[in-house]
Design a protein around this ligand. Structure first.
Ligand SMILES: O=c1[nH]cnc2c1ncn2[C@H]1C[C@H](O)[C@@H](CO)O1
Ligand SMILES: [Zn+2]
Length: 365
């Protein structure tokens, strides 16, 4: 704990690492408006007068207390991301926005299968994102920000294309794709539905994370780890259901929670998103506080910057406020995340030693 809370400017300046951010959940409202007009996509009535109104519409519509209803808002982002140029633009702006927010490394995920309705092939979708990330990285560099970005390819858990998407991730592994994920409504769609894809990835020595323990509890986390072999957990908040805090303050971990902590399984926590979907009641009551205290491998993430009206700086700042974290704690989250990235070990180390540590040292920690 530090004597004074870091200012918003310090949090923005501090190097940050983002492992869980959806490309189709991070569009600028103004871009959604422009692209919708270009392609003739109809936005909800009353939402499309200006960018600020549309931004508010997304935040309010996503603030439903239900993951399923939260996910409905994606119709209006995926709907405008169906051509190569539109996808490239969104990808470029994503990198520019993250870099301006002080993010030095990011893994950005999206589901290629959701971007083929106007005739693009899966490969063309991945190529369009890659082009946008390259443009965005160059633009950020020109603006004085150094950022490294990789793609994670997501398969939708209610669909049946996970094997195909896993193969796509392997095919593109040396061209900007660092791993694989499954997302979408969790209840009723357990990760074991996609076991063949996960087994294939393991045989290919590939990395993957699984959205688990967000809208559904421990069985989902257990399957993700012990049946599917996930390297990381998307959210994983419900691991607290396996932790008992007694009245005298002593803490007891169940076997699964103990395993997650012992094996240093990274938890991709997304506090603002969890409040919108009802996975947590408030930031102050979010399990991230307890999990951090217990030294789980906690990372801080945005999930969907548009739907949650958030950023890495905003997420970190809300934790500073709720839990009195100082810059040393933010550095701990950041190094946790960098250690957990799907980047080769030597590249992770180079960013920790060459970017993150000096960046925090410059801020006095
Ligand atoms: O928090 C989430 N949980 C489950 N699925 C999600 C979440 N955020 C976004 N998605 C879905 C909606 C997107 O269209 C898809 C791919 O990015 O992933
Ligand atoms: Zn997510």
């Amino acid at each position: 704990m530090e004597p004074t809370a870091p200012t918003g400017d310090q949090v923005r300046q501090a190097p940050k690492v983002l492992l869980h951010d959806h490309l189709d959940g991070g569009l600028r409202p103004a871009t959604v408006l422009e692209l919708a007009r270009e392609v003739g996509h109809t936005l909800p009535e009353g939402s499309d007068t200006d960018a600020a109104t549309l931004g508010r519409w997304f935040a309010e519509a996503a603030d439903s207390g239900s993951l399923v209803r939260y996910l409905e808002t994606f119709d209006h982002t995926v709907g405008v991301m169906q051509t190569g140029p539109a996808i490239t633009r969104v990808a470029r702006e994503c990198v520019e926005d993250l870099a301006a927010d002080g993010v030095v490394y990011a893994e950005i995920r999206y589901a290629p299968e959701q971007h083929v309705s106007a005739g693009l092939t899966l490969d063309e979708v991945v190529a369009a994102v890659r082009e946008g990330f390259e443009q965005g990285t160059a633009a950020a560099e020109a603006a004085g920000h150094r950022i490294v970005v990789r793609q994670l390819l997501t398969a939708m858990r209610h669909q049946a294309r996970s094997m195909e998407i896993a193969e796509l991730a392997v095919a593109w592994r040396d061209r900007g794709v660092a791993g694989f994920d499954i997302a979408g409504a969790e209840a009723g769609y357990p990760p074991t539905r996609h076991l063949d894809a996960f087994e294939y990835l393991q045989r290919e020595n590939a990395h993957f994370t699984i959205h688990a323990g967000e809208a559904f509890g421990l069985p989902s986390i257990w399957q993700a780890l012990q049946w599917c072999g996930a390297d990381r957990l998307g959210h994983g908040v419900r691991i607290v259901d396996d932790i008992t805090v007694h009245d005298d303050g002593s803490v007891e971990l169940g076997r699964l929670a103990q395993y997650v902590r012992d094996k240093r399984i990274p938890l991709e926590m997304c506090p603002a998103s969890n409040i919108q979907t009802g996975a947590a009641a408030s930031i102050a009551e979010h399990p991230i506080g307890l999990l951090t205290k217990l030294r789980f491998r906690v990372t801080v993430n945005t999930d969907n910057r548009l739907m949650s009206g958030t950023s890495m700086t905003a997420e970190m700042s809300s934790l500073v406020e709720a839990f009195d974290y100082g810059l040393a704690d933010l550095r701990w989250f950041t190094i946790n995340a960098m250690k957990s990235a799907f980047l080769p070990f030597d590249e992770r180390l180079a960013i920790i030693d060459g970017v993150i540590k000096p960046g925090y040292a410059a801020l006095g920690v």
